[in-house]
Design a protein around this ligand. Sequence first.
Ligand SMILES: C[S@@+](CC[C@H](N)C(=O)[O-])C[C@H]1O[C@@H](n2cnc3c(N)ncnc32)[C@H](O)[C@@H]1O
Length: 257
Amino acid sequence: MAADDYAALQAAVLQTLGLDLRLYKREQMERRLRAYGQQRGFTNLQELADALRRDRTLAPQLMSYLTIHVSEFFRDPRFFSDLRSLIQELPQVPRPLRAWSAGCSIGAEAYTAAMLLSEERPGYPHQVLGTDVDEQSLERARHGLYREEDLRQVDAERRSRYFTAAEGGYRVHQDLQRLVAFRRQDLLRDPYPQGQDLILFRNVAIYFTEQAKEQVLQGLAQSLSPKGILMVGSTEPILRPQAFGLRQVRPFFFTRD
Ligand SMILES: C[S@@+](CC[C@H](N)C(=O)[O-])C[C@H]1O[C@@H](n2cnc3c(N)ncnc32)[C@H](O)[C@@H]1O
């Protein structure tokens, strides 16, 4: 694959999707782009770049293809028991809490956070924000309809409390849905919401370059309210938390003093 082909496609992706591929690991991205191009019958990346500029309907499809959306409720359950205890230890402020699922995919993580907040701090209209760069995932998140396999870590009690059976799966109950809002945000270029008591940033940075990851962690640390909790993915430890003004409280959990 010619290097300038990739450069041409990088430019077209930036122009049409707004996604800056220089901040993603090239190997994985190039592999996915090549596979997508082949599926569509293009012989090289330059042709895909030209098509992206010509046909506006390609951009959202490519965005969805490029980004990985695997997710489920209570993904890696043991970390959610830790999260539950850490929520209990948050300052006892008499107000709703703010949580942010950064890179929320289909929304399961944001709804999971909303469940824990309403269980541990009942009686408040907590505000959970789910953001993602991929509109198609956000549409599914807003829709709130999930398959059986997305709920495999959800016990019977929570199933009956937070979901109603619907055609094609389970629908998130309105009372929970009311606590959660979804909006598009590119973590690599858009402003970050501030004053978050809880941030979940999991399984998103896998394809970011080191420099991009550091840039995002810097921003997330600033979005945390003092004593707030940042939860990262089980394969994404932060090796030098102090560089971002963070302190580790448990493996994969950090706070800001
Ligand atoms: C594997 S999912 C993780 C979902 C959830 N956090 C979890 O752990 O179950 C990764 C998500 O990151 C999103 N993503 C990738 N690059 C992003 C960016 N620059 N800004 C925001 N979201 C991004 C993808 O669209 C995808 O939905």
